[in-house]
Design a protein around this ligand. Structure first.
Ligand code: URA
Length: 433
C-alpha cells in the first residue's frame, strides 16, 4: 500500500467479513482505489464474497452506488425537447422486449435511450440480437445518440466505456468469482449505470424464476425495492414490475430468431406473452414520462411502432427489410409422450441456446446470429408423442449433443386433462414510497 492511501484493503475486507458496516469513506476509497488498480483483483473478490455472504444495509448500498457513479462521466439529456424514459431488465431467456418496446414508446413523443450490453452466459444480450440485422452498428458517439433521440426518439446502442467504469471492472470480476447473485451488488451495478445515464424515468423489469438471477419472489421483491429506492433518491422516477421467468418469453431464444419474433410483434402479431409485457412496460414508461390518455397497444396494431423501428434501424446503418440470417443446421426435439406440457424450463432452454452458439462463455467469444431454440409447445399446449417440441438451430452441428443434454429435463408432460400451474406473467409492481 502506498503511504498516500487512506485505508488498507485488508481492513476493509475484515470489516465486512466480520459482519460490520463499511463507512462512507471506506466505500469511496475502495471503489476509487480498485478503479485505479491499487486494490488488487483478489482483494476485491474477497470483499465481493463478504458482501454476498453478509450483505449491506441501504445507506451502504446507496454510497456504493454513488461511488460507482463518481468513477465515470454522467450523461445529460436535459437539452432534448422530449422527456426521457428507459427500461432495464435483469435478464431472462427469450427476453427480446427492448426491441419492440423502445420504438413503441418513442411513438408517443418520449425519448428512449437504451444503453445496452452484450450477453454473457445463458441470457442473451440486446446488442447481439440487433447485430444480426445486416449493417446495424451498436457503437454511437454521444452526439450521434443525442441527435437520434431528438429526431427519432429511440436509440438502442452500446453503453460508452465512460459510464460507471468501476462497475465494468467489478462486474467482470463478479462473473468469474461466483459473486453476481448478491442483491446489493446487482442493485448498485444496474442503478449506477442508469443514474449516470441521466434518464428522467426508469422502469425495471425484475425477472423471477429459473431463468433469472432471482429464483423466488422474496429475493426479487428485495432487489426491486432496493433499486426503486436508489432511483427515487437520485431523482429518477422509478418503478419495477416483477415478471415471471420460469418459462422463456415468446417462442424463440437466439439472436436473429428473436429479432424475427420482435418484428412480428411490431407488425401487430407475435406471441401473446411478448405483446402483453411490451404493452405493460410501455404503459409504465409513458406514465413515468408524464404521457397519459394513450394506449400503446394501438401503435403496435396500426404500424406506428413499426415505422419508428425502421427509422431507428436505418439510422444505425441497418437494413430493416433485409433477410435475417438462418443457421445452416437444424434438429428437432420430439415429445416423448402424449399429454399436456405443464413445464418448460427457462434456464434449460437458455443454456441450450447458449450451447448452440447464441451466447458466449467469455466476453471475447463471438456469437452465431442464427443459432438458438424455437419452441413449438409452451405450457398449456397439448402434444402427441413424436411431435416436435423444439427446433434447435446452429451453424456447428457438433453442438447439438450438448444442447440436448441441457434439455433432458426441460419439459414436463402430464396426462391429458392436466393444467399447468397458473402463473401470471406480471407478478407484482413496486413503486416509490
Ligand atoms: N446486470 C447488471 O448490469 N449488473 C448486475 O450485477 C446484474 C445484471
Amino acid at each position: 500500500m502506498s503511504t498516500a492511501e487512506l485505508f488498507d484493503a485488508v481492513d476493509v475486507i475484515r470489516t465486512k467479513r466480520d459482519k460490520g458496516r463499511l463507512s462512507d469513506a471506506q466505500i469511496d476509497w475502495v471503489i476509487d482505489a480498485y478503479t485505479r488498480g491499487v486494490v488488487a483483483e483478489e482483494q476485491m473478490s474477497a470483499l465481493n464474497m463478504a458482501i454476498l455472504l453478509n450483505g449491506m444495509d441501504r445507506p451502504e448500498i446507496a454510497r456504493w452506488t454513488a461511488a460507482m457513479i463518481a468513477s465515470g462521466e454522467r450523461m445529460d439529456f436535459s437539452g432534448l425537447s422530449r422527456p426521457t424514459s428507459d427500461k432495464h431488465s435483469t435478464g431472462g431467456v427469450g427476453d427480446k422486449i427492448t426491441l419492440p418496446l423502445a420504438p413503441l414508446v418513442a411513438v408517443f413523443g418520449v425519448a428512449v435511450p437504451q444503453l445496452s450490453g452484450r450477453g454473457l452466459g445463458h441470457t442473451g444480450g440486446t446488442l447481439d440480437k440487433l447485430e444480426s440485422i445486416p449493417g446495424w452498428r451498436a457503437a454511437l458517439s454521444n452526439a450521434e445518440m443525442l441527435a437520434q433521440l431528438e429526431s427519432i426518439g429511440a436509440v438502442i446502442c452500446q453503453a460508452g466505456s465512460g459510464l460507471a467504469p468501476a462497475d465494468r471492472k467489478l462486474y467482470a470480476l463478479r462473473d468469474v468469482t461466483g459473486t453476481v447473485e448478491a442483491i446489493p451488488l446487482i442493485a448498485s451495478s444496474i442503478m449506477s449505470k442508469k443514474i449516470a445515464e441521466g434518464t428522467g424515468s426508469l422502469v425495471l423489469d425484475v425477472k423471477v424464476g429459473s431463468g433469472a438471477f432471482m429464483k423466488n419472489i422474496d429475493q426479487a421483491t428485495e432487489l426491486a425495492r432496493t433499486m426503486v429506492d436508489l432511483g427515487t433518491d437520485a431523482g429518477v422516477r422509478t418503478v419495477a414490475l416483477l415478471t415471471d421467468m420460469s418459462t422463456p418469453l415468446g417462442l424463440t431464444a437466439g439472436n436473429a430468431l428473436e429479432v424475427r419474433e420482435s418484428v412480428e410483434v411490431l407488425a401487430g402479431g407475435g406471441p401473446a406473452d411478448v405483446v402483453e409485457l411490451t404493452v405493460a412496460l410501455a404503459r409504465e414508461m409513458l406514465a413515468g414520462a408524464g404521457v397519459t390518455g394513450v394506449d400503446p397497444a394501438d401503435a403496435l396494431v396500426d404500424g406506428r411502432a413499426m415505422d419508428v423501428w425502421k427509422r431507428m434501424i436505418r439510422a444505425q446503418g441497418g437494413d430493416p427489410d433485409a433477410a435475417l440470417p438462418w443457421a445452416s443446421e437444424t434438429e428437432l426435439v420430439l415429445a416423448p409422450a402424449d399429454g399436456v406440457v405443464v413445464r418448460l424450463d427457462a434456464l434449460a432452454v437458455g443454456v441450450a441456446a447458449w450451447r448452440l452458439g447464441a451466447g458466449r462463455a467469455r466476453r471475447s467469444d463471438t456469437v452465431q446470429a442464427g443459432a438458438g431454440v424455437v419452441m413449438h409447445a409452451k405450457p398449456g399446449a397439448l402434444v402427441r408423442a413424436g411431435e416436435p417440441l423444439m427446433t434447435l438451430h446452429t451453424d456447428t452441428p457438433e453442438r447439438f449433443s450438448r444442447a440436448r443434454e441441457a434439455l433432458l429435463d426441460a419439459v414436463t408432460i402430464a396426462p391429458e386433462g392436466s393444467a399447468p400451474p397458473r402463473t401470471p406473467l406480471i407478478l407484482d409492481r413496486i413503486a416509490a414510497g
